[in-house]
Design a protein around this ligand. Sequence first.
Ligand SMILES: Nc1ncnc2c1ncn2[C@@H]1O[C@H](COP(=O)(O)OP(=O)(O)O)[C@@H](O)[C@H]1O
Ligand SMILES: [Mg+2]
Length: 227
Amino acid sequence: MNKEIIKLSKISKKFSGNEKDINVLKNINLKINVGELVSLTGPSGSGKSTLLHIIALLDKPTTGEIFFKNKNFSKSSEKEKDSIRKKGISIIYQNHNLLSDFTALENVMMPLLNIGFSWKESLSKAMKTLTLVNLSKRSEHFPSQLSGGEQQRVAVARAIITEPDLILADEPTGSLDRKTADEIFSLFLKLRSKKRAILYATHNRDLSKRADYKLNILDGNVLRKNE
Ligand SMILES: Nc1ncnc2c1ncn2[C@@H]1O[C@H](COP(=O)(O)OP(=O)(O)O)[C@@H](O)[C@H]1O
Ligand SMILES: [Mg+2]
C-alpha cells in the first residue's frame, strides 16, 4: 500500500514583478506520507505561504506536477480540485478567517453543510468536534466573543470536521502568545493520526522542532532536516 498523501515533482513558482521576476520556488521535489507531522520553516518572504497554497490546490505552480493520493492534479479541472479542497485538504491561517456573523458552532458546521450533510448530522458532528478542541461551552459564542486562542481552536475544529487527509496550517500560532501557541500545537499532536498528515508553517523554533521532521525553505529550495 502506498502511504503517500502529497507529492510535488519539479515544482517551481515565479511571480512576475514590475522590474524583475521573482522565482519563489525552484524545482521542488517533496513527498509527505500519511501519519506524518511536518513543520515548514524559512525566513519571511521565503515562500512558505506560496508552497502551502500550491499544495492546497489553491494556486497553480509555474511548472511541475502535484499528486494528491497518487492522482495527478496538475491538469485537473477546478471542479475536480474543488472536491479535494472541500474534503481532502484543509488549510488553517494565522488569522482564523471565521465568519463573524455566525456562532462558533455554525462556523464549524459550515464545511459539512457545503458537502451535503444534513443540518442535524452537521450539528451533532460540530458539537463533537468542538468538544475535541475543548470548546463545547463556547458553541453559541460569536468569534468576537472569543479569545484569540479560542478563535484559532474553532478554526482548527472547522478544518478537521470533514476528516481531511491533509491539514495545512500557515503560521497558525503566529498571532498568539506563547502559552496559547502551545495549546494549539498540542491540538496538532492530538490530531496526529495514522490516517492523516499535518504540515504547518511556523516561525517558532521550539514548535518546529517538535515535528517528525522539518522542511526548511531557503532561496527557493526546500531541504529536509531530521532533528
Ligand atoms: N501574488 C503575488 N504576486 C507577486 N509576488 C508575490 C505574490 N505572492 C507572494 N509573492 C512574493 O513571493 C515571495 C514569497 O511570499 P510568501 O510565500 O508569502 O512568503 P512567506 O509565507 O514565507 O512569508 C515574497 O517575495 C512575496 O512578495
Ligand atoms: Mg506566509
